[in-house]
Design a binder for this molecule. Structure first.
Ligand code: PBG
Ligand code: ZN
Length: 325
């Protein structure tokens, strides 16, 4: 018996050979950059738990999006923080809502092209800060669907390209699709937070977006991280309801679910690398314990390798700067 002299190191010999052999390439074109717009804010505001991420006043939004577009990042994901909250989240679907105004400003005044995506949820906008309407001590699914539909349609009227429901209500994709189609917005796409898990990695976001629930937690609607089969059922259900892009969230601790979605379904996949994933990296980098840019590239490439087509990430600018050289 003869052995071929297999030597894998031949293909790692020098930089150019290594480049040729590269199987997975992260691109700036894979990135979606989140943006937070706060109503009644005078100037940009830092958030302690998310270094280098700021809440923006409306007047600074176009500048910020221009700088993101300059980095060749193709899309933004808008989150709003309203001045007033109420029981039904009126500010989320009002024509003059902060997100609606931001969308039209960007549409009107941006120098270059960018895809505008917006979050569709209630938690920043209601006094209870839950993702659905509260009835008694419960989060009511079906009455929430009507509000989610109204939010999506109001964002479509302002000029959004993609709406992104994150409430984890049953039937949210179907309701929103129906609402958009009935209003003539058949070309507005839905990227649903399909498999959104109840995660402790959301804490910095809640600090940022003022949306920590006032009572109880989100366990009656967000997925438990112990249930991969149930996560696939959520993905499947969204596909049956007509979703355009499914999302797995968080990303780094859920790579198996990204890979599983990739092998089980023919649908574009986004992954949401959440606030806690960002803050872990920033905190360690600040100490000098890890290299921020290198870890960013490694983590985002791994998410792509698992099967994600696109990544919503607070690391977008760091990655784009690195990739653009
Ligand atoms: C709320 C929402 C959350 C995130 C996005 N939308 C928080 C939550 O569900 O508690 C988390 C994003 C992040 O941590 O970056 N609908
Ligand atoms: Zn929510």
């Amino acid at each position: 018996m003869s052995f071929p002299n297999v030597r894998l190191r031949r293909l790692r010999k020098n930089k150019k050979i290594r480049e040729l052999l590269e199987e997975v390439r992260l691109s700036t074109k894979d990135l979606i950059c989140p943006i937070f717009v706060q109503e009644d804010l005078k100037s940009r505001m830092q958030v302690e738990s998310m270094p280098d991420i700021e809440r923006l006043p409306l007047k600074d939004v176009v500048d910020e999006v221009n700088s993101i577009a300059d980095l060749k990042i193709p899309a933004i994901m808008l989150f709003g923080i309203p001045a007033k909250k109420d029981d039904i989240g009126t500010a989320a679907f009002s024509e003059n809502g902060i997100v609606q105004r931001a969308i039209s400003e960007i549409r009107k005044s941006l120098d270059s092209e960018i895809a505008i995506m917006a979050d569709v949820c209630l938690c920043q906008y209601t006094t209870a800060a839950h993702c659905g309407l509260v009835k008694g001590d419960k989060i009511d699914n079906d009455s929430t669907l009507d509000v989610l539909k109204k939010i999506a349609v109001s964002q479509a009227q302002a000029g959004v390209d993609v709406v992104s429901p994150s409430a984890m209500m049953d039937g949210q994709v179907k309701a929103i699709r129906q609402g958009l189609d009935d209003s003539g917005f058949t070309d507005v796409a839905i990227m649903s937070h399909s498999a959104k898990h109840r995660s402790s990695l959301y804490s910095p976001f809640r600090d940022m977006a003022h949306c920590a629930p006032k009572f109880s937690d989100r366990k009656t609607y967000q997925l438990p991280y112990t249930n991969p089969t149930e996560a696939m059922r959520e993905v499947e259900t969204d596909i049956l309801e007509g979703v355009d892009i499914v999302m797995i969230k968080p990303a780094l601790a859920y790579l198996d679910l990204i890979a599983k979605t990739r092998s089980s379904f023919n649908i574009p996949i986004s992954a949401y690398s959440v606030s806690g994933e960002y803050s872990l990296i920033k905190a360690a980098a600040k100490q000098g314990w890890i290299d921020e840019r290198e870890v960013t590239m490694e983590v985002l490439t791994a998410i792509k390798r698992a099967g994600a087509d696109m990544i919503v990430t607070y690391l977008s600018k760091i990655a784009a700067k690195t990739l653009n050289g």
